[in-house]
Write a protein that binds this ligand. Sequence first.
Ligand SMILES: Cc1cc2nc3c(=O)[nH]c(=O)nc-3n(C[C@H](O)[C@H](O)[C@H](O)COP(=O)(O)OP(=O)(O)OC[C@H]3O[C@@H](n4cnc5c(N)ncnc54)[C@H](O)[C@@H]3O)c2cc1C
Length: 366
Amino acid sequence: MTRIFLVGGGHAHLIVMEELAKKRRDDLEVVMATPSPWQYYSGMLPGLISGRYAEDDCRIDIRPLAAKAGVRLILEPVAAIDADRNMVCFADGRDLGYDLMSLDIGSEINAGWLASLSDKLLLPKPIDGFVAQWHQLLDRAKAEAQVRLVVVGGGAAGVELALATKRALDSASVTAEVFLIAGRSSVLSSHGARARRLATHALARSGIMVIQERAAGSANGVHLSNGQTLDADYVIAATGARPASWLELSRLSLDEHGFVLVDAAHRSASHPNVFAVGDVAARTDVTMEKSGVHAVRAGPVLARNLIAASKGESLQPYFPRKRSLYILASGPGTAIASWGALSAEGRWAWRWKDRIDRNFINRLKV
Ligand SMILES: Cc1cc2nc3c(=O)[nH]c(=O)nc-3n(C[C@H](O)[C@H](O)[C@H](O)COP(=O)(O)OP(=O)(O)OC[C@H]3O[C@@H](n4cnc5c(N)ncnc54)[C@H](O)[C@@H]3O)c2cc1C
């Protein structure tokens, strides 16, 4: 019997469970530890914030999937890992051993320089915490009939969250000033020129002010790199990913940012019985964006590799595509599709995104 420990209920691990549910294996004991029974799909978060989706449209209940896959579920976060001793540790001092371990714990929001905002600051991860904070914000804004909101981060998440929050506040008849601090290179800097233009127009149409500066937290809002201060009732940080700090003590090889170094088969560079997939992983051979697309696509490869590793068989690589398709909600019922240098906006793009996202959720609902 080989014990496989799945740490985190992220996208790739859901797919591992989907594969195990198709064919139960008597030679494997599979355990998963994750803090919440719910796994949210971040691609649908803007739709949830804007009021387009209900919570159950955007999240998967891990419990029935685990039961179907024969996976023992521990609904607690892992506090530490000792990869030299093959041990997973919990906050109450319990240790559990493993033969093979896989990490799919995602990432945290990299927002240290906004920390002085304390309770004005909203972090989109973990998503369930953000959704609860957003509902409180909306209730307070409705009570006061006005709000000033700053979103920091000009990437896809920042653009979509600025648009979604503005739409929700407008629909609730709140007088809302929404600013997007996009950095010196402005919005969607890693996308093509047309996608950047389309996003800039969508933000302007919604009445969102884009500021091309960098920001740091202050007591009342944000300091901008041009020396000005922008007061805000709330600040949402969509400022990229950082790894969980407890990985530093795991004895796993990490990259310079603290993400787990893995080879093309997503096996740890230092510990051959450990795998890591999704945001937490850093490939030694290619640069891969921290995006749900890779966490999902690497899932079937991870499932096969865990089974192969349990039998001592050879592993398969995961080849990330050179370009990934991103579809960003840009307005009520419209979206921008961006693929390399190509992009276009329309209702068809929204319907496409909606179908992809709903299919992913429905496929994993048991
Ligand atoms: C607002 C926003 C919108 C986004 N939109 C998109 C998009 O449209 N398309 C796209 O491709 N990407 C998008 N992303 C990026 C995407 O969210 C991540 O790349 C993706 O979630 C990574 O998947 P994952 O499986 O690595 O981790 P996650 O989906 O974050 O899952 C990690 C899991 O591990 C669990 N966990 C965390 N800590 C522990 C612990 N200590 N012990 C045990 N379990 C733990 C968590 O509870 C969670 O279940 C967006 C990100 C944000 C912030």
